[in-house]
Write a protein that binds this ligand. Structure first.
Ligand SMILES: C[S@@+](CC[C@H](N)C(=O)[O-])C[C@H]1O[C@@H](n2cnc3c(N)ncnc32)[C@H](O)[C@@H]1O
Length: 247
């Protein structure tokens, strides 16, 4: 796959490195003019943005975007997601197998829980890494490590390293559902469905040592038998499983 990149300023050295990381899956071609009839990346002093020529812009900003990343209504460790991953029990770090826009990962980071995570979409990975670069200008020690990889491979190559595995795979879109917010529409177009959820779950169950947490829409069936406890919210729930390697 190819995508143009337009920039009026010099690319950051970090972005150049990340473009090299994904080049076997995504060819990013720097162009001299802003494209008019196709989707492209734009780099500016605000960072990297995906401009989808049909749906609009996707830009991640952990610091300034208070709606998606810093909702004041979040109650910290009393949130269902926090309970599900066991934050009040002193979990040391979370492995987020499906980073996506990293809204969940950012929630853990705000509670000072280090996150190691994976994103396998090259487009989403580049947006994420650039957002982390900018966040580190404010929080230089941000404990957020992102692999450009399939989480199954990372889990297999780091056995016993991740007590808690969190996963939030794409759920197939329902035709009649209300139009989701713009970010989600762009996101879904570029990422598609996750067809290997069961395999990822099985890998997590083999390699996590304390808990596996699966986020699901409330109406969706359980991903697998064996839910130990379900933390139910208004629209989503967090299903807790005991991994096979529990110690
Ligand atoms: C629904 S989104 C996750 C949203 C995320 N929880 C958030 O708060 O923004 C799922 C993401 O996981 C990624 N993904 C799915 N399966 C994966 C895997 N096996 N390895 C790495 N990334 C994966 C997809 O590319 C997609 O970006």
């Amino acid at each position: 796959m190819k995508i143009p990149l337009f920039s009026e300023i010099e690319l950051s050295s970090e972005l150049k490195t990340e473009i090299t990381m994904v080049q076997s899956d995504l060819e990013v071609e720097v162009c001299a003019r802003r494209p008019t009839d196709e989707s492209y990346f734009e780099f500016s002093s605000k960072g990297l943005t995906l401009v989808d020529h049909e749906l609009g812009k996707l830009h991640l900003d952990f610091i300034e975007d208070r709606v998606n990343y810093s909702r004041q209504s979040h109650l910290g460790k009393n949130e269902l997601i926090a309970k599900a991953v066991g934050l009040s029990r002193g979990v040391q770090r979370v492995f987020d197998a499906t980073l996506g826009l990293a809204e969940d990962a950012w929630f853990f980071l705000r509670l000072r829980v280090p996150v190691v995570g994976c994103e396998r979409s090259p487009v989403v990975y580049l947006l994420l890494k650039d957002a982390v670069r900018r966040a580190r200008l404010v929080f230089p020690e941000l404990p957020f490590h992102i692999h450009y990889a399939d989480a199954k491979a990372v889990l297999r190559s780091h056995p016993d390293e991740f007590p808690v595995v969190y996963m939030d795979p794409m759920f197939p879109e329902k035709k009649k559902s209300a139009l989701p917010r713009k970010e989600m529409r762009i996101f879904r177009k570029w990422v598609g469905d996750d067809g290997d959820i069961t395999e990822l779950f099985e890998t997590a169950m083999e390699h996590a040592t304390e808990r596996v947490v699966v986020k699901r829409p409330n109406k969706a069936p359980d991903l697998a038998d064996g839910v130990v406890h379900s933390f139910k919210g208004k629209t989503v729930r967090y299903d807790l499983y005991s991994p096979r390697r529990e110690k």
